[in-house]
Unconditional design. Structure first.
Length: 576
């Protein structure tokens, strides 16, 4: 390439070249290491090199982890994470038509969890030991029993399911007692953990097992539900007392005939505490999961009294978004708050509790409604309020490396949902009933794989790990208006419907959000899901894709917890 240099003597000619085999360069690096991307464009009087990511120039940004362009104009990334994967381009300043593309792939050593850590079973019953592994590339799973490879012992009684992620024993015997080690390997590492199995006649008495419990918040208090047997394990009534203050769980409201509760939202914190909001009392209640007692309340929660609060330069915050964690990403530093009638989101440092910056959407006429995030490429997906003058308002994508809006997510609209491993983006357009599924590759690419037309106008959606394929998911979606629940197998796009789960709560009875019929899963290893109807609760068996049971209760909110201990002998809240 030859062209007179800008600002140079006309006799000075810039000659640039890029070998054909260097136009695309692939670099693979292990997470946590540093890497250098070097531009292969050469030539006499070559101007400075400009680096871009997703169309955004990096040279002039004060980024914490991308810097030091140096004398050779190389791009230096310190402590690479999965958000850095994707495409980078370089070109000489003023000569954008000649550019080199660098594809950065990030490998991650395996991280695993086993379930349960310990269990006791009686002879003759079935037992399963499960192992979930995440890593890039996908890890391969093997099992040892007491240090010996289990594969030669496989039989009709002892089988491996879902690419080795489940070890199933159809009829246990005393000799099956042992320490079962799950080992996950990929090209960059290995991880292992032990699941112990005891076969004994008194297994039911020792209760060495893990149980999934759903906490159900209703007008009649708090119900702890064991989904496998559809058994109510604990009922905390409105008149029971809070352990520390001795206030009633749900104080009687003057003028109301019956003492009842009203809840708005709840979160499970590290399987230790549940924080649940009580809008009538303007407070947040804290429940101790181990003792199943209401421990204390945070009064005047909306005022933030005696709390560590964010002092922001704006008013009217409608919602917030904190990226989820998983086995690979166990720490989150930044979150977002936003007003649904303003064209911006505000980035917050969760460690220092300070406002970092405002990301503006005015150029896209976008009023943010919800957000989702994947660590694969570090993308935030923003649902925009529909503009009634057009058919649909597409989602916007924010690059977390640069905090830049890189444009619309093709023509995808609706509420975004990200699978727990970050590999799938499911977008549900509640008006049209259309559900679009996009795959996020280990190169940070976003590709549409399914465009599903349904008659389900989605209220809420959740992911259920597959019991037949490793590293795959099903989705379950509820409807705003209908009684059906939609089931989709993400690996195939196959759809099914669970019918006649009764009418959902009406929108006027649920002013706290648009999700008038929520759907909750039971965690990484849980097989049950739960969804409320107007006057009852439905438990779904995700392993069999069937309805497990119906429980009569007027539900306001459902929040699951995973109890990993012996069964607890509980007493009424407030009693010693």
């Amino acid at each position: 390439m030859r062209r007179p240099g800008a600002g140079r003597n006309d006799r000075e000619v810039v000659r640039l070249s890029l070998p054909e085999d260097r136009k695309i360069s692939v670099t693979t690096i292990t997470v946590g290491l540093s890497t250098v991307l070097t531009c292969s464009i050469r030539g006499a009087l070559r101007p400075p090199i400009i680096w871009k990511r997703n169309g955004v120039i990096l040279n002039f940004l004060d980024l914490e982890d991308i810097n030091d362009f140096g004398e050779d104009d190389s791009l230096y990334i310190t402590k690479v994470t999965t958000i850095h994967m994707g495409n980078y381009t370089c070109h000489a300043y003023g000569y954008e038509e000649l550019y080199q593309t660098h594809i950065l792939q990030v490998n991650v050593p395996p991280v695993i969890r086993v379930y349960p850590e310990t269990q006791a079973q009686e002879p003759g019953v079935s037992a399963s030991l499960r192992c979930h592994a995440e890593g890039i590339p996908n890890p391969r799973i093997t099992w040892l029993k007491n240090g010996i490879d289990i594969v030669p012992k496989l039989s009709k009684q002892l089988t491996l399911l879902a690419n080795g992620s489940e070890l199933h024993i159809s009829s246990v015997r005393y000799e099956d007692t042992g320490a079962y080690t799950c080992i996950a390997k990929n090209e960059v590492g290995v991880d292992e953990d032990i699941s112990s199995l005891f076969i004994e006649d008194s297994a039911r008495k020792t209760r060495l097992s893990v149980g999934n419990m759903f906490y159900v918040f209703s007008d009649d208090g708090i119900t702890v539900l064991q989904p496998n047997e559809c058994e109510i394990r604990r009922h905390i009534r409105p008149e029971e007392r809070i352990f520390t203050s001795y206030e009633e769980i749900c104080p009687r409201v003057e003028g109301e005939g019956t003492q009842s509760c009203l809840w708005a939202s709840a979160v499970n914190v590290r399987d230790k505490y549940i924080y649940v909001t009580q809008p009538k009392q303007n407070r947040v209640m804290i429940i101790d999961i181990q003792t199943q007692k209401a421990m204390q309340v945070i009064p005047e929660a909306s005022a933030g009294e005696d709390q560590h609060v964010i002092r922001t330069p704006f008013e009217g915050v409608d919602d917030f978004f904190i990226p989820p964690t998983n086995l690979i990403i166990n720490h989150v530093r930044f979150g977002f708050i936003f007003n649904k009638s303003k064209s911006a989101v505000h980035k917050i440092d969760l460690e220092t509790v300070t406002h970092i910056k405002t990301i503006n959407f005015k150029n896209y006429s976008c009023l943010p409604q919800t957000m989702a995030y994947t660590h694969l490429g570090g993308y935030f997906f923003v649902q925009c309020r529909r503009n009634r003058s057009v058919a649909a308002s597409p989602q916007l994508i924010i690059d977390s490396v640069t905090d830049a809006v890189i444009g619309p997510n093709s023509d995808v609209s609706g509420t975004p949902y990200i699978s727990p491993d970050g590999r799938y983006l499911v977008s549900a357009d509640e008006d049209s009933g259309r559900i679009k599924v996009q795959a996020l590759s280990v190169r940070g690419e976003i590709k549409l794989i399914y465009d599903l037309q349904t008659n389900i106008h989605v209220s809420d959606l959740t992911f259920q790990p597959s019991f037949t394929e490793g590293n795959q998911y099903y989705i379950y979606a509820t409807s705003h208006l209908q009684t059906d629940v939609l089931f989709v197998e993400l690996s195939t796009g196959k759809m099914n419907v669970l019918k006649n789960l009764k009418d959902p709560i009406t929108s006027k009875d649920w002013p706290w959000s648009n999700y008038n019929r929520i759907m909750k899963d039971s965690g990484l290893f849980g097989q049950y899901l739960i969804t409320p109807a107007k006057d009852s609760l439905f438990v779904i068996n995700g392993r069999q894709n069937t309805l497990r049971c119906e429980v009569s209760v007027h539900v306001f909110i459902v929040n699951y917890l995973l109890v990993m201990s012996k069964e607890i002998d509980v007493k009424p809240a407030g009693l010693p």
